[in-house]
Design a protein around this ligand. Structure first.
Ligand code: F6R
Length: 619
């Protein structure tokens, strides 16, 4: 993972770099570092273990002046999270400093070879290999840094987004990428000069400019103080930068008065879903307009099968999508963990449609899974939130969630956005295939239209969970149960609790309890059951009774007006009635809030839980 920031221009670089690192902390926060070239052309590197705030404290009395710099926030892969392994890394001579996001897979071989030539390594990282190699090439081939970087990167296997400072060329930054994202921001200042920003995504840049260039795989860029930008591929063939205007405001990135991004994002869901649906539901003509589908209708109509590849929360949303697409469009759907799919030589037919579902659009396993599917001739469709992300660009077609940036590490509004988008996709195919009656289609479309209001209602009726959550700080385990469409919601509820409170939790299909897990139930065990007054209501009531008679503590999610489950449960959260297929969109909200409040009661850092990062760009 890791986050990269860079700046070259007339402003003081340090505050820009630090602010940028804070915005990228979702990508990792094991250590942070910054490299600056001062006015006297000296190069300083400052690093600290831990978060960006630790770096800020550590440089309090140091020289942080300079108008060119690079910075890094780390999610450790090679070498423990300490100051030595923090980026930037120096080359042997100390002339070059480099930050890196990604993994160099052949780093051991390169390191051993360079050691034979007398290079001494200070850290355990794969990154240091890069900077040492670049300098080695520069010295032995007597070429400039740009050419040396091109040559060095050709020998590297793996993923990288890098930025390099050179003490001997104090007026330039070099950047390059392969399989890890890198964005360049371009700004014309009032005095007509051009300044450049670098970011792992646009969040460190958007405050200064909305003019963005997404560096492509195996492209290398050099930006200098005179405002010049050159981009080539690794064979030195000049590339024409595609500058775009980014539609994202800084406000969207701030907490907006909430104590945490996660809580803000939970409460944003009604609006986020309104935006996600906007323009896609044609209520007058009763149609679904999903651009990526309309353009490739035949692919979907003739699909032998749909395979959805995803990870984590996106996998849970995909499972709900499977249930809906199979029910509405009558196409078989398989949902695959991308990390398993990519390594097991799966059968993929040219008439399969493979859908990648990913909030970040950068998840390494999901990206690799679709690359595998592409090599076997499948049509690729991407459902991503981050605009211009790697998965969005690697697919043949696709659609964005449009739920706005998700900063909290625990995914919330992206989950509901994914469920909605997959539902829209199912409806769009069903409309074309005529696999749903007009009456059912209209009913579903009309219901989808009011889901944001029902989400709002759910939030208003369940917001005060703080004192209730206190009662569960003792718990070491939780069980989550659901049936049908709500089984994936049980999985998602359990994941949300695990990742931010560090309480062990398991999600099960409720009827599976009697095949083993019911042995876990005693008076200590909280069991969250999704029990809407719909489809399998009577059956889930029986499951609740089985738990109750073994003294489990039942927390139920019920439809407004329910009386039967209320009698049995220790606590009920209410949701408005909706169609079975849309219950997940409402039922997940009390679960998100419950996890949030339990985590807060336990003093956890909900926006940055331990060992996690928002974008999993390593496998
Ligand atoms: C959990 C969570 C993760 C992600 C997973 C996939 O709250 O956020 O499980 O869902 O890492 O990430 P994306 O959707 O970016 O591919």
């Amino acid at each position: 993972m890791c986050g990269i920031v860079g700046y070259i221009g007339d402003r003081d670089a340090f505050p820009i770099l630090i602010k940028g690192l804070h915005r990228l902390e979702y990508r990792g926060y094991d250590s942070a570092g910054v490299g600056l070239i001062h006015a006297d052309k000296t190069l300083s590197i400052y690093k600290a273990k831990g978060k960006v705030s630790a770096l800020e404290q550590s440089v309090e009395n140091k020289d942080t002046t300079g108008t060119i710099g690079i910075a890094h926030t780390r999610w450790a892969t090679h070498g423990e999270p300490n100051e030595t392994n923090a980026h930037p890394h120096f080359s042997q001579s100390g002339n070059l400093a480099l930050v890196h996001n990604g993994i160099i897979e052949n780093y051991k071989n390169i390191r051993e070879t360079l050691q034979k030539y007398g290079r001494v390594f200070r850290s355990e990282t794969d990154t240091e290999v890069l900077v040492q190699l670049i300098e080695y090439v520069q010295e032995t081939q007597k070429c400039d840094l740009f050419a040396a970087t091109q040559q060095a990167l050709k020998t590297v296997i793996g993923a990288y987004a890098i930025a390099i400072l050179d003490k001997n060329n104090p007026d330039q930054i070099i950047a390059a990428r392969k399989a890890s994202p890198l964005v360049i921001g371009v700004n014309k200042t009032e005095n007509g000069r051009t300044e450049y920003f670098i970011g792992s995504d646009a969040s460190p840049i958007i405050e200064y400019t909305n003019q963005i260039i997404y560096l492509q795989d195996e492209e290398i860029a050099v930006m200098n103080r005179k405002g010049k930008l050159k981009i080539t591929n690794l064979d030195n063939v000049k590339q024409t930068p595609q500058q775009q205007t980014l539609q994202m405001s800084l406000d969207e990135l701030e907490k907006g008065g909430y104590p945490h991004f996660m809580l803000k994002e939970i409460f944003e869901q009604p609006d986020a879903i309104r935006t996600c649906i906007r323009g896609r539901l044609d209520i007058v003509d009763q149609d679904v307009l999903l651009s990526g589908i309309l353009d490739h209708k035949e692919k979907f109509l003739n699909a032998r099968r749909i395979i959805i590849c995803a990870c984590g929360t996106s996998w849970h949303a995909s499972l709900i999508g499977k249930y809906f697409i199979e029910e509405a469009a009558q196409i078989p759907v398989e949902v695959e963990y991308a990390s398993e799919f990519r390594y097991r030589n799966p059968v993929i037919f040219p008439d399969d449609v493979v859908i990648a579902v990913s909030q970040s659009g950068e998840t390494a396993d999901t990206l690799a899974a679709i690359q595998l599917a592409k090599s076997k001739g499948a049509f690729l469709y991407g459902i991503c939130n981050v605009i211009g992300s790697s998965i969005a660009r690697a697919t043949d077609s696709g659609t964005y969630l449009h739920v706005g940036p998700e900063i909290g590490v625990a995914s919330t509004k992206a989950f509901t956005g994914q469920v909605i988008t997959l539902s829209l996709l199912g409806l769009a195919i069903a409309r074309e295939k005529k696999s749903l009656s007009d009456e059912m289609f209209h009913m579903l479309v009309n219901e989808l239209q009011v889901i944001p209001d029902k989400m709002q209602w759910t939030l208003e009726h369940n917001k005060d969970l703080a004192s209730f959550a206190q009662m569960f700080t003792y718990a070491k385990n939780f069980i989550y149960l659901g049936r049908g469409y709500n089984y994936p919601v049980a999985l998602e509820g359990a994941l949300k609790l695990k990742e931010i409170s560090y309480i062990h939790a398991e999600g099960y299909p409720a009827a599976e309890m009697k095949h083993g897990p019911i042995a876990l139930i005693d008076e200590e065990m909280p069991v969250v059951v999704i029990a809407p007054k719909r489809g399998m209501y009577e059956k889930i009531v029986s499951n609740i009774q089985e738990i109750k008679s073994r003294k489990g503590r039942i927390i139920a999610i019920v439809t407004e007006g329910d009386t039967i489950v209320k009698e049995l449960a220790d606590k009920c959260f209410v949701i408005p009635d909706t169609r079975d297929c849309f219950v997940p969109l409402l039922a997940v909200i009390p679960m998100q809030l419950l996890s949030y409040h339990i985590a807060i009661a336990k003093g956890r850092n909900v926006d940055q839980p331990r060992n996690l990062a928002k974008s999993v760009t390593v496998e």
